[in-house]
Design a protein around this ligand. Structure first.
Ligand code: NAD
Length: 292
């Protein structure tokens, strides 16, 4: 326990539900106006139980906001060529607005090739190189979902970003890099850390905003956190059947101003941003200005 500060534990599920209610209202208005509902297609290759449960959660979330969802579950033996042919069909299908290929893919299929094969206008995961390039250039359309979730939590909690020092642990293409770019675009001074960073604890101690996305359970100790910092714990690792974040959650109490827990934290926000991307893809394909 640190001293003095009452740490706010972020309720990511509550924020997600508010945002989902807003999207449900938007979709109801579109359907009442004669438009069809947005449609997300999820593609899974193989029968990994965790992946199956993730895609079910994504489909349930679609149903909850009044969006359509459908799935293609392909056998593990599916070739890259067969998957590319399916993506070609989905890209050409006007009734499909968002396409998500669940990762990980079997070893014989290149995730880079698959990411590039999805129509950038239907790239619900925001991982196509064109969308990544647009993010870098500051005119993003579809952005990776977890970074969007982190930014939405900071916004909802009124965390000042401009002029602050943001430290991001992790430099992956789906979390560390895009969240660093988004923070920098909101005028934070960003330090991007990784497995070769020297004195990681010292760098973290200077963070007003600390985003932990390394996938190393409880790596960030209480004394790595600057008193009053906003701590966004993206990491999720399973340890003895429990989901553990990258930050020592108990040790952060009384030191961090706010912290996201490993359950009901960034996870539900990530799915919510997948819905937002699908809705935005639908709106821009129909020539309607997205609300955000
Ligand atoms: P990744 O393995 O692709 O990248 C991890 C990054 O952390 C790498 O850049 C690496 O350099 C860095 N790193 C690893 N060990 C480190 C160390 N000891 N010190 C400093 N940096 C270190 O992982 P990812 O896909 O970016 O995911 C990161 C974590 O976030 C994982 O735990 C993942 O499960 C979780 N995640 C959660 C959500 C969610 O919705 N909650 C979404 C995506 C990822």
């Amino acid at each position: 326990m640190g001293g003095g500060i009452e740490t706010v534990v972020v309720d990511g599920m509550a924020i997600a539900n508010q945002l989902r209610d807003g999207m449900k209202t938007e979709i109801e208005a579109l359907v009442a106006g004669g438009y069809r509902a947005p449609h997300l297609v999820v593609v899974l290759v193989g029968d990994d139980p965790a992946s199956k449960s993730y895609i079910k959660g994504k489909q349930r979330a679609c149903t909850r906001i009044g969006a359509d969802s459908s799935e293609h579950i392909l056998p593990e033996s599916t070739s890259e060529k067969e998957l590319l042919e399916l993506l070609d069909r989905l890209n050409a299908d006007d009734s499909v607005d968002g396409i998500l290929v669940q990762l990980p893919l079997p070893k014989h299929i290149s995730p880079e090739t698959i990411a590039e094969a999805v129509d950038p206008a239907k790239d619900a995961d925001g991982i196509h190189p064109l969308n990544f390039g647009r993010l870098l250039l500051g005119n993003a359309r579809l952005i990776s979902c977890t970074p969007l979730g982190v930014m939405a939590v900071l916004e909802r909690h009124g965390i000042e970003i401009a002029g602050k020092h943001a430290v991001v642990i992790g430099r992956s293409n789906i979390v560390g890099k895009p969240v660093s770019i988004l923070l920098q675009q909101q005028n934070a001074t960003v330090t991007m850390c990784h497995s070769r960073t020297q004195d990681l604890a010292g760098v973290c101690r200077s963070a007003d905003i600390l985003v932990a996305a390394a996938g190393k359970p409880r790596m960030v100790k209480g004394d790595w956190i600057r008193p009053g910092a906003a701590v966004m714990d993206v990491g999720v690792s399973e340890v003895d059947g429990k989901l553990i974040g990258d930050v020592d959650f108990d040790a952060a109490q009384g030191i961090a101003a706010i912290i996201t827990p490993s359950r009901r934290g960034i996870g539900p926000m990530t799915i919510t941003m997948l819905l937002r991307n699908t809705l935005n893809a639908y709106l821009s394909r129909k020539g309607i200005e997205p609300t955000r």
